[in-house]
Structures are given as C-alpha cells and as structure tokens.
Design a protein around this ligand. Structure first.
Ligand SMILES: [Zn+2]
Length: 225
C-alpha cells in the first residue's frame, strides 16, 4: 500500500544545524514527504572575525540556510530570529513553537537532544523549548487563547532528538550522504570555523551507521509523547 506523504518539522537553534544534524535523513524524507525547517536564531555571532557586522552575518546565514534547504528538498524555512548565544528555554519561545506546531500539524518533530554532552548552550535551550512546545501544542488547557484564535490542539506522532549519545534507531543515509555534504557546503560563512568538518562528519556517519549495518547513518532518540 502506498504511504501518504508526511509533514516533518525540523526545529533547530542555528541556520546550519539541520544539515549538520540530519541532512541525510531530510534529503531522504523529501523524496516523498513535506519538510519544514524552523531556525530559532540567525546565528549572527557565528564568526571569528572581530570586524564583521552581526547584522550582515544574520542576513548571509539566512540566505545560506535557504540554499542548503533547497539542496535537501525542503520547501519552507521559518526564521524566528531569537538572539544567537542567548536562547533560553522560556515560555515565550515554547509558545511560539507550540503555535507553529498547532498551525503546521507535523507528523514528526526533530530537534536537538538537550541531554547530550554538547558545547553549545543554545542547542540545549532549543531542545528543551521544543519538548515543552510539543506538550503545549498537545493539550487544550495550556494557553487557552490559542483555541480562541483558531489553533486547535495537535499531537505529533514522533519526537526525535538528534544528534544523540543514545540512539534508539539509526537511519540509513548512504544514498543521500553526498547531498548532506553539498548542503553543508552552502554554509560558506561557517566552513572556515569548522576545520576538518568533512572528515569528521564522514567518520561520525560511518561510526553511527556501522552497528546497524549501514555505510552512513544518522542516529535518533525517539521520545514518547
Ligand atoms: Zn548550532
């Protein structure tokens, strides 16, 4: 039986996070499903050059994110423009995300694993905000005004965290791994700050895929909603 297309929603902190975290899986999904990216911050502090203007960087990074999304086959990228490096898992962000989840009605939601040992505090904050947003979107009595403005509850079927230290499943991205690398290359402003990125990402995909018997893999932790 032919499966109906699903809507997959990727919510990440910075413009290059979807491609780095799960670009192979996104490219695989877009062959039959609809994918939307929500980028919480424009990453305007993402430079090592002291004289760069954060305003210009934000603009460049939004363009790069649009280009990379196109390579993967994603139709829409939504920018929330929260301050880079200042993300907090607060009610404002969770509410914005919950409203968008009710509006977009995704089958799958993908975000950062906030419990993973990782350097960037924005990734943790975004991950926790998304988890809270999934709950607000799911139940009628959170923020009753959402109902008044016509946003009915929506229960996503899957909440997937990536990258993660404890994958509960691994996607085979052997077919789409090249596309992931092409999409990452669209983030030109960032590549100088990611020395040896291609080697590191390739080795990570190989080690993630290996236990599952895949040449390249991306691992996910599936949370119960
Ligand atoms: Zn990031």
């Amino acid at each position: 039986m032919k499966q109906l297309p699903k809507h997959r929603l990727i919510i990440m902190a910075h413009p290059d996070d979807p491609e780095l975290a799960c670009g192979g899986t996104i490219a695989d999904w877009t062959r039959r499903d609809r994918v939307t990216h929500i980028i919480v911050s424009c990453g305007e502090k993402g430079t090592w050059q002291k004289n760069d203007s954060p305003l210009r960087i934000a603009d460049t990074r939004e363009r790069e994110a649009q280009k990379a999304a196109k390579v993967l086959g994603t139709k829409k990228v939504i920018f929330l423009r929260h301050p880079d490096g200042g993300l907090a898992s607060n009610k404002t962000l969770s509410l914005e995300l919950a409203a968008l989840i009710r509006h977009l009605k995704p089958y799958t939601i993908v975000t950062h694993d906030p419990w993973r040992r990782q350097f960037h505090p924005d990734h943790r904050a975004a991950g926790f905000a998304v988890i809270e947003a999934v709950m607000i979107a799911r139940d009628w009595h959170f923020f009753p005004f959402l109902k008044e403005i016509g946003l009915k509850i929506h229960r996503a079927r899957e909440l997937l965290l990536t990258p993660t230290d404890q994958p509960t499943f691994v996607n085979d991205v052997t077919q789409t791994f090249k596309k992931k690398l092409t999409a990452i290359r669209c983030h030109k402003s960032q590549l100088g700050q990611l020395p040896g990125w291609e080697k590191r990402i390739t080795e990570f995909a190989q080690s993630t895929g290996k236990p599952a018997g895949f040449r390249y893999g991306e691992g996910f932790y599936k949370m119960r909603i």
